[in-house]
Ligand binder design. Structure first.
Ligand code: TPP
Ligand code: SF4
Length: 283
């Protein structure tokens, strides 16, 4: 199989097939959906991470983004809406040697699963959480989610959403996550690097990924194509942390920051649990 590095050197495309379950394809995603782009960035990151397929476990709840584990040839678990973090915690505690990756939509992670999300971050258990922010509930037909912008249309906000949004990254940081980052489906090579750093981090790493749902968010908000939606991520919706440092504040205001926003070291939950077992056994 060609790795991203060897593929680039040989000028041949990276071969994703070794990481995919051919029998599960074609995937369910609509044309133009961002979730497939994110999967490709993730697989390239995994390829350079050094983790073998058997060392990885991908867990999800329910939603279009939560279908991702079905397509990858790792250990996988497709669970209940909003409960991926609980299952992932169980997997990690039972098998601390596994690298656990959670795929969760903004509805799955922040609405029905919001409580599980904050407590997972608080524990700093070693897992990588991907929050797919497409501003809507995709799978169930376009209801508004905790990240739907104020004023935006959804099937449950026909006159515009009046609810303020969650800042996913601030929420993760405040809850105790030790690695917090943001990327987009437009900046897919940058996303690959962010995901690699997140996978390598020990503790809870949260990566918010801004991606597009052209079918429900796009159509209801007069964004006529996936390209138009991704151009917003590129042109006026986001700015990288590196660029932001060099720009005057008025050019950064109102934009989402991309890149690694926060990283610290703190005791990891499974290790603390093991120490406790040793202590109790020694008494
Ligand atoms: C307990 C429960 N409540 C509601 C649902 C219906 N449901 C399935 S997916 C979903 C929302 C998915 O949206 P999101 O998590 O943002 O992911 P996306 O589809 O946009 O990737 C809902 C409400 C369910 N399956 N189970
Ligand atoms: S409904 Fe939206 S999120 Fe779901 S597959 Fe289609 S474009 Fe993607």
């Amino acid at each position: 199989m060609s790795t991203p590095a060897t593929a680039a050197k040989k000028k041949v495309p990276f071969d994703y097939s070794g990481y995919l379950r051919a029998g599960k394809l074609p995937h369910i995603w609509c044309p133009g959906c961002g979730h497939g782009i994110v999967l490709k960035s993730l697989l390239r990151a995994i390829d350079v991470s050094g983790f073998t397929k058997d060392q990885l476990c991908m867990v999800s709840g329910i939603g279009c983004s939560s279908r991702t584990p079905g397509y990858v040839d790792f250990k996988t678990l497709h669970t209940l809406h909003g409960r991926a973090f609980s299952y992932a915690t169980g997997v990690k505690l039972a098998n601390p040697e596994l690298k656990v990756i959670v795929a969760s939509g903004d509805g799955d992670a922040l609405a029905i699963g919001g409580n599980h999300f904050i407590h997972t971050c608080r524990r700093n258990i070693d897992m990588t959480i991907l929050v797919y922010t497409n501003y809507i509930y995709g799978m169930t037909g376009g209801q508004y989610s905790p990240t739907t912008p104020q004023g935006a249309m959804a099937t449950t906000s026909r006159y515009g959403n009046i609810e303020p949004v969650f800042d996913t990254c601030e929420l993760a940081k405040a809850s105790g996550a030790t690695f917090v980052a943001r990327g987009t489906s437009y900046h897919c090579q940058e996303l690959e690097k962010i995901l690699l750093a997140a996978i390598k981090h020990k503790g809870t790493s949260v990566v918010e990924i801004i991606d597009q749902c052209p079918t429900y968010y796009g159509r209801q908000n007069k964004l006529r194509s996936a390209t138009e939606m991704m151009e917003i991520f590129e042109k006026n919706g986001t700015v990288s942390v590196k660029q932001a440092d060099r720009l005057p504040p008025e050019k950064v205001e109102g934009k989402l920051l991309r890149g690694i926003l926060y990283q610290v070291e703190r005791p990891e939950y499974c290790e603390e649990y093991d120490k406790l077992i040793e202590k109790v056994r020694g008494q």
